[in-house]
Each structure stands twice: as structure tokens, then as C-alpha cells.
Ligand binder design. Structure first.
Ligand code: COA
Ligand code: MG
Length: 296
């Protein structure tokens, strides 16, 4: 699966921030055409974002654009402007139903053909940030082969639920857990919600830790200071990499080669699922190392 530890949002009409975004080390930079852009600036944001795609990608981040959802009647204009060379994916805001995804998939198919882009090259990611979005998470996430990630949007979710957004996040618990499980079931990456108190790094790290244990493998972020934390905390822990190497070697030499499926390693039982988890850790570690090598 693709590495998506840090998904940095940048208002699509803010040329200064867009200029900075490519050098910040985020796995993904998302140019926003939705909530961070006022209505009068939408057209301007489309032009600026479309022109910035290749430049932003040149820093080693994948480039996504966040689209206004279908109900706004702006989605087609967003897509017409930004589906072109250099765009890695689009994120549909406030996705509530699998039909929203199918419609997007068809439209992308048409634009890829019209513009001579490889079919299926533009990936889809969806923001699940309404009560409907949370309830329909799994059907929506399986509605297109382009789907790569589910993002939990806590700010709009609490608005839709008519509750207050807090740093402790008790009001988000059910949807946050549900979306992580739905994403795993659909075989896509779960991306955790933005943490709006972006200056409180201690609270942010604690919150990232909680989300990781729910299955989140990356985070939607709003400020450059959050990139390093995400790239570090969503990568496998160095101690776990050492452990995984030891487990894989021991299991292959002592179990598989000798016709058994369970061994003792450092005083603990290791059987096939433990071996496979260790291999997953090494695969993630390998993908991140490869990514770091390209950036250097
Ligand atoms: N992407 C790129 N650069 C950013 C950035 C972002 N998301 N957020 C801040 N920066 C830059 C600033 O331009 C500033 O650059 P400078 O040092 O060259 O002047 C530097 O990082 C430090 O920024 P800071 O002064 O701490 O923050 P700010 O007051 O300028 O901005 C926010 C704070 C929250 C308004 C801003 O981070 C932001 O707009 N974030 C994205 C909002 C968004 O996309 N929301 C929709 C998704 S929820
Ligand atoms: Mg929003």
C-alpha cells in the first residue's frame, strides 16, 4: 500500500503556501478547492492549483486536489480544471454515498480519455465527515477500483452531529473507529482527522498514538509543523523493525525449513500470523526507505 503518513492541506488559492508545500517532506500535498477557499475565490483557486501540480510534485510529494462535493454543483468545474498531467489523485469532500464515488469514477474516466492520460491513473480518496458518510463508509470505499484512502473528517462530522469538537475527542470515537475498520475491510489506507490545535504538539502526538492503535496509517494535517510528527509516528517503530527482522529470520530457518509452524522467539510464541505481521512491518519499512532514498 502507498505511504500516506502525512497528508498536508494547502488552500488552493494561496500561492505563498503552495510554493512552500513542495519542500516540506509531506507524503501527500492536497491543494484544497473546498472549505479553505471562499466562494468568490473558487475560480481563482482552480487556476492556481492546476498550474501548480507539477511544481508541487517535483519536491517528491504526491499531489492531490480536494473537490467540492456534488451537491455544490462545483465538482465538474473543479475536475475540468485539475485533471491533467501531474495530478496523482482527488479527494471528494463530504462523501455520503457510493453513488458519489461512482459518478466521480466515470467523470475521471472520461477526462482521462479526453486528455490522453493513462486510464485509472487518477486515484480517489474520500472524506467521510458526515453521519451518512460514516454509516456508508464500506460501500463507498468499495465503489471504485481507484480508491486508495478514507479520511475521517472530524470538524464537519461534529458539525453534522451538532456537537462540540474537542481535543479529547470523545464525540468522535464511534465514527473514528468505524472508519478505520471500514478502510481495512476495503483494503485502503485509513487517514486520521485533522487536529486543529496545531500548536499543541504534545496533545497532537498523544492523539496520533491513539489513532494509530485504531488502525490509522496517516493523518490529514493543516500545518507544516505536523509533518515531522506524522512521518515519524506512522512509520514502523525502529525497535519493531529489529524485532520483525529477527522473527522473519527465525521463523524461516526454524519453522518453515523444518516443517513446523510455531517456534519460540525471545521467550514468546511465534506462529504464522505473527510471522506475516512481521513481514508487513518490513514491507512498510522498505517502502518508506525507498521513498526517503528518492528525496535525498
Ligand atoms: N501549507 C504550506 N505552508 C503553510 C501551511 C500549509 N498548510 N500553513 C502554514 N504555512 C506556512 C505559512 O505560510 C508560514 O510561512 P512563512 O514562515 O514563510 O511566513 C509558515 O508556514 C508558518 O505558519 P504560521 O504563521 O505558523 O501559520 P499561519 O498563521 O500562517 O497559518 C493556518 C495557520 C491554520 C491558517 C494555516 O496553517 C492553514 O491555512 N492551514 C491549512 C488550512 C486548510 O487547508 N484547511 C482545510 C483542511 S481542514
Ligand atoms: Mg470541511
Amino acid at each position: 500500500m502507498a505511504v500516506m503518513r502525512s497528508v498536508l492541506y494547502v488552500p488552493g488559492n494561496n500561492e505563498k503556501m503552495i510554493g512552500k508545500s513542495s519542500g516540506l517532506g509531506a507524503d501527500i500535498v492536497t491543494l484544497d478547492l473546498e472549505d479553505s477557499v471562499p466562494p468568490a475565490e473558487k475560480a481563482n483557486a482552480r487556476v492556481i492549483s492546476a498550474a501548480a501540480l507539477e511544481e508541487v510534485a517535483s519536491g517528491g510529494s504526491e499531489v492531490y486536489v480536494r473537490l467540492n462535493n456534488w451537491e455544490t454543483l462545483m465538482t465538474d468545474d473543479d475536475l475540468e480544471a485539475v485533471v491533467q498531467k501531474g495530478l496523482h489523485g482527488v479527494t471528494l469532500a463530504k462523501c455520503g454515498h457510493p453513488d458519489d464515488v461512482k459518478r466521480l469514477d466515470w467523470k475521471l474516466d472520461e477526462l482521462e480519455r479526453r486528455r490522453g492520460l493513462a486510464r485509472g491513473s487518477v486515484k480517489i480518496s474520500i472524506l467521510l465527515e458526515t453521519a451518512k458518510g460514516a454509516i456508508n463508509a464500506y460501500p463507498s470505499l468499495t465503489a471504485s477500483p481507484r480508491m486508495v484512502s478514507a479520511i475521517f473528517g472530524a470538524v464537519d462530522f461534529t458539525k453534522d452531529m451538532r456537537v462540540k469538537l474537542t481535543s479529547e475527542g470523545v464525540e468522535q470515537k464511534y465514527a473514528r473507529r468505524h472508519i478505520a475498520v471500514a478502510a481495512r475491510a476495503a483494503g485502503v489506507v485509513a487517514i486520521d482527522a485533522p487536529f486543529v490545535a496545531y500548536q499543541d504538539m504534545e496533545a497532537f502526538e498523544a492523539n496520533v498514538r491513539d489513532g494509530r492503535q485504531m488502525g490509522y496509517e496517516g493523518r490529514m494535517i493543516i500545518h507544516p509543523s505536523q509533518v515531522e510528527v506524522c512521518n515519524r509516528m506512522y512509520a514502523p517503530d525502529p525497535d519493531d523493525v529489529v524485532w520483525a527482522k529477527g522473527v522473519v529470520k527465525a521463523f524461516e530457518e526454524e519453522a518453515i525449513a523444518k516443517g513446523s509452524a510455531a517456534i519460540s522467539y525471545n521467550g514468546k510464541m511465534v506462529d504464522t500470523p505473527v510471522y506475516l505481521s512481521a513481514k508487513d512491518i518490513l514491507a512498510s519499512h522498505g517502502e518508506i526507505e525507498a521513498k526517503n532514498a528518492i528525496r535525498k
